[in-house]
Design a protein around this ligand. Structure first.
Ligand code: ZN
Length: 125
């Protein structure tokens, strides 16, 4: 799962931090990890630890687990979050609330998931 591109992300996730990539040539912040900057095509990159704050862009309720390890948790809510640094990230919403709205402030963290792999979690701020 982890490779050279995503090492920074997974190292951060294990200590509960969202680590993004910032282009050292133009400053564009991106997620998910990619080899080249989508704006200027530079391969210069540095890790950027996100502040953990964002707002809900959209959400969906999962009724089918993409991995059998999550089958007992169904149904659960997945939110796309516009983080303050710019990128949009996908996270599971905890606790699952009915009062979800577009633009609602959330914080992003991580919790151990199946097999100990950290899973991104959004919590109402
Ligand atoms: Zn760039």
């Amino acid at each position: 799962m982890s490779d050279d591109l995503s090492t920074g992300y997974w190292d951060g996730a294990r200590r509960g931090a969202l680590v993004l990539q910032r282009c050292t040539a133009c400053g564009h912040v991106r997620h998910y990890p990619t080899l080249l900057c989508p704006v200027c095509h530079s391969d210069g990159v540095e890790p950027l630890e996100a502040c953990g704050r964002g707002t809900v862009h959209s959400w969906t309720v999962a009724h089918h687990a993409f991995d059998p390890a999550f089958a007992d948790d169904l149904p659960y809510t997945l939110v796309t979050v516009d983080v303050e640094e710019g990128p949009r990230v996908l996270a599971r919403l905890e606790p699952d609330t009915a009062g979800l709205q577009i633009g609602r402030p959330v914080t992003i963290g991580f919790a151990p998931g199946a097999g100990g792999v950290p899973v991104p979690l959004a919590r109402p701020a």
